[in-house]
Design a protein around this ligand. Structure first.
Ligand code: NAD
Length: 373
């Protein structure tokens, strides 16, 4: 904790209604030909795309509304070609983590040759900063608008590798919580639980520093107190607090990554089509129990903040929250079978697993999976 560094080049604009500042943001970055990267449906159906076209009147706007959940190599490469053809000079990634990650990757490929696959497989190294990228989140879960990470689905490897490059930080994060109001209940619940997982991983990471720890504490409190009302009541305060929780975890994670939970979610998402947030959250209570003994002092501070007596009650509270949010809590509910556990333990192992506060072996992961089957 005495020796640490922090790098955050992304300019942040946060606040209800700030989406209308997009023209000003683009002007500051000298963008004239804008390439919008977004999801297949929601930007059109929610009216956000119409609003954006209105705000960007006078500029050239090319729309790439083809990003699926967990964007694939093929989608990113296709978007990169279209962006080049459009001779765009600025990319906007508008959506959840999927659209923002695809936007960041497409921006990078404008100044670096080849397919995104070659970067994911480490056959090529990014040599140049990509086009300026403005990231606009419409979910409250990933914090991708302030991270240097791009997570892309790699079908040949049945994996979700990430590129992590300092050049990949978006130039601007424009966070307008109002944009998240159109999330259906399930998306709000899943992404809200993702923010909570990221916050808890930031809290117990062996890589934590005083700044990331402050962010993680605040994000846990915000998420614990607001995720339920943000999903059910959708009142402005709780929706804004969830946008903030997600955003703070993004800043924290941009410095220190995750721990054991995020990599474990990937095989669950890929093999069983489970949304990213739910695939993370299903492991959270069990891993709180697994880690509790390794970080007693840090837990003491968190439990005081949350007014809870012990880590077990923290895990219980999250389980009851998950139940209210209709999140799956048992792997069997998702169709996962015990025979898959050794594969999950292997494929769910990432670089960040080593940053879990209690060292975790493949056998530990199998036991964790058994406890939540
Ligand atoms: P998502 O982007 O996949 O979106 C989920 C669904 O919700 C999509 O169908 C999308 O179109 C829809 N949607 C998004 N916003 C909406 C809105 N306001 N109204 C209605 N529908 C809306 O979900 P996500 O959880 O935000 O992102 C998950 C992806 O982000 C995964 O690929 C994950 O690995 C990645 N991720 C990236 C980082 C990072 O730092 N780069 C961090 C965590 C996760």
């Amino acid at each position: 904790m005495e020796d640490w560094k922090f790098y955050m080049p992304t300019r942040i604009r946060f606040g209800w209604g700030r989406f209308q500042e997009i023209h000003q943001v683009v002007d500051e970055l000298k963008g004239k030909r804008i390439f919008l990267v977004t999801g297949k449906k929601f930007a059109k159906t929610s009216g956000v795309l119409d609003k954006l076209s209105e705000y960007l009147k006078g500029l050239i706007l090319e729309v790439f509304a083809e990003v699926e959940e967990n964007p694939s190599i093929e989608t990113v490469d296709r978007g990169a070609v279209k962006c080049k053809e459009a001779m765009s000079d600025l990319v906007i990634g508008l959506g959840g983590g999927s659209a923002m990650d695809a936007g960041k990757a497409i921006a990078m490929l404008q100044k670096n040759p080849g397919s995104i696959r070659e970067y994911l497989d480490q056959e090529r190294v990014c040599q140049a900063k990509g086009l300026p990228c403005v990231a606009i989140p419409t979910t409250s879960g990933t914090g991708s608008e302030v991270t240097p990470f791009t997570v892309i689905y790699h079908p040949a490897k049945k994996a979700k590798p990430a590129i992590a490059l300092p050049e990949n930080f978006p130039e601007v994060a424009l966070v307008d919580p109002e944009l998240t109001m159109s999330m259906p209940f399930e998306v709000a619940a899943s992404t809200g639980l993702d923010a909570l997982c990221q916050a808890v991983e930031g809290f117990w990471s062996t890589q934590a520093n005083p700044v990331t720890l402050s962010l993680a504490f605040q994000a846990i409190k915000l998420a614990m107190e607001n995720v339920e009302s943000a999903c059910f009541e959708k009142d402005r305060d709780s929706v804004t607090h969830m946008a903030l929780a997600s955003h703070l975890t993004g800043i924290e994670m941009s410095q220190i990554g995750n721990t054991a939970i995020h990599p474990l979610s990937y095989p669950i998402t890929i093999d069983h089509g489970v949304s990213h947030g739910f695939a993370c959250a299903i492991f959270l209570p069990a891993i709180i129990r697994f880690n509790a003994s390794a970080i007693r002092d840090r837990f003491r501070d968190l439990l005081t903040l949350l007014n809870l007596p012990n880590p077990e009650t923290f895990a219980d509270k999250i389980e009851s929250l998950m139940e209210k949010l209709k999140a799956p809590r048992r792997l069997s509910e998702l169709g996962v079978r015990e025979e898959e556990f050794p594969g999950i333990a292997k494929r769910g192992w990432g670089r960040s697993t080593a940053w879990n506060p209690r060292p975790m072996t493949e056998e530990d992961i199998i036991q964790i999976c058994k406890s939540i089957l």
